[in-house]
Design a protein around this ligand. Structure first.
Ligand SMILES: Cc1ncc(COP(=O)(O)O)c(C=O)c1O
Length: 456
């Protein structure tokens, strides 16, 4: 078997792959969102001997689309409301295919100058979409929010020049604590501050902690605030955090992996103003900008800090012009593909207005689902629709029944929710992040969820 077939055959196979993928997308509403996975079954399903001679691309496409894909959990399904959905988009997928087919490299200026410049352009588009001032022009397209958070804390530590104390709230995403650990921040220097009744970081607790640090002559701090917590969509008091960080020389990182995209909407002008005061921002285009996986984004104000965190060198790098854009100096990887290309395809072909409208639509549909569930006397809304997520439980507080209910929803597979805890109590979450989700999808999902409560 030759590695690449002749051009005509490549075209035929490429068209067939597109046809199969488009058929899948066109019929996605008729599919289950999830089939509860059974490891032994799935192991059997994918088990095959190491292919010595190869079965060809036709057979491989058939095997994938007919046998593997039907067992996949579809996080881009219009009725997937668990975690934070990954809706993707066709324009983004075409960009991802083009990036893979052309196999462009974007690690160094010499190896990928025009693509590096294109990534810079995409980062600048995101900055403009969020209404951020020019110093935010630097950054990197990462594989996701976790890697963007790692980059932000690495830059904060590089600027601190040594020991770093990291503040988050108890509602922050775990990737911040993981990043701090990976970077060697001492356990005692990783502090999760309390939240108020609306799941927002308590500013007074942060003020007291920073004042204690100062009195004790302690080290520089990085304050990690969240714009849109994963569980309930809470937005920390960013302006107050920015004031405190300015007064204490602390680095303000805003994890907006989920929620920063809401700043595209003019009605969230306060979020735009607050984001503009951060030192670094995480945003996940593979969530609420509708880019396909894997697309995270880190925007940083201080380019020198980011470079100081990720500088690298070797004799084999001597031809690389260091005064140009070299993405290996903005993150841990050297070899990296055209990660910005799906975003470039998406933003360029669809435009930011359509994305803004889709975000607004997601918010409206989350509010719609919330109102419909609230109308049922058996249900108590625990946190209202914020951004595009709300949480709820049973009005009588029966957590065991609520857990059975969630298991029944998963087993049913028509729609998918996930759970979390609010004030220590078990809640179900409903999060709408998908431009393909319609009012009818939301209504049908709510009807089904309510019907499943009867049997739980
Ligand atoms: C607030 C927040 N931060 C970070 C992350 C991690 O992002 P990723 O899954 O893209 O690594 C998530 C994921 O849902 C998130 O909600």
């Amino acid at each position: 078997m030759i590695l690449d077939p002749p051009p005509g055959e490549m075209q035929r196979l490429g068209h067939r792959a597109v046809d199969l993928a488009v058929d899948h997308l066109a019929q996605i509403r008729d599919r289950r969102v999830v089939t509860p996975p059974v490891a032994a079954e799935l192991r059997e399903l994918v088990r095959e001997p190491l292919p010595a001679t190869g079965t060809g691309l036709d057979a491989t496409l058939t095997r994938f689309f007919d046998e593997v894909l039907p067992r996949a959990t579809l996080v881009n399904h219009p009725r997937f409301f668990a975690y934070v959905p990954g809706p993707g988009s066709f324009a983004g997928a075409v960009g991802a295919f083009v990036a893979a087919a052309t196999n462009l490299f974007v690690g160094t200026w010499l190896g990928g100058a025009v693509m590096a410049q294109l990534e810079v352009q995409v980062l600048d588009w995101i900055r403009l979409a969020l209404g951020l001032p020019p110093p935010f022009a630097t950054g990197i397209v990462t594989t996701g929010g976790s890697m963007a958070n790692l980059g932000a804390l690495a830059a904060a530590r590089a600027r601190a020049g040594g020991r770093l104390r990291v503040y988050t709230s108890t509602e922050a995403h775990y990737s911040l604590a993981k990043s701090a650990r990976v970077l060697g921040v001492r356990a005692a220097d990783l502090v999760a501050l309390p939240v108020d009744r609306e799941q927002r970081l308590v500013v007074e607790a942060l003020a007291a902690a920073l004042a204690d640090d100062r009195a004790a002559g302690r080290v520089t701090a990085a304050v990690c605030a969240t714009a849109g917590t994963t569980s309930t969509g809470a937005i920390d008091p960013l302006e107050a955090c920015a004031d405190l960080c300015a007064a204490h020389g602390a680095w303000l990182h805003v994890d907006g992996a989920y929620g920063a995209a809401a700043a595209l909407l003019p009605e969230h002008a306060d979020l735009r103003r607050a984001l503009a005061r951060a030192d670094s921002i995480t945003l996940d285009p593979h969530k609420w900008l509708y880019a396909p996986f894997e697309a995270g984004c880190l925007l940083v104000r201080d380019e020198a800090a980011l470079r100081a965190a990720f500088l690298g060198d070797g004799a084999y790098m001597q031809d690389v012009p260091r005064d140009e854009v070299n993405f290996f100096e903005r993150g841990p990887e050297l070899s990296r593909g055209a990660r910005a290309l799906p975003l470039w395809f998406l933003l360029r072909s669809v435009g930011v207005d359509a994305i803004t409208d889709a975000i607004r639509g997601d918010q409206a549909r989350a509010a719609r689902a919330c109102a419909r569930l609230e109308a049922d006397a058996r249900i108590r809304i625990v946190t209202p629709a914020r951004l595009s997520v709300f949480s709820f439980g049973l009005a009588d507080g029966d957590e065991e029944r609520a857990k059975r209910w969630l298991r029944a929803i998963h087993a049913d597979g028509f729609t998918m929710l996930s759970s979390s805890r609010v004030d220590g109590r078990f809640v179900l979450r409903f999060c709408v992040v998908n431009h393909a989700t319609s009012d009818a999808d939301v209504d049908a999902s709510v009807d089904r969820i309510l019907a499943l409560l009867d049997g739980s």
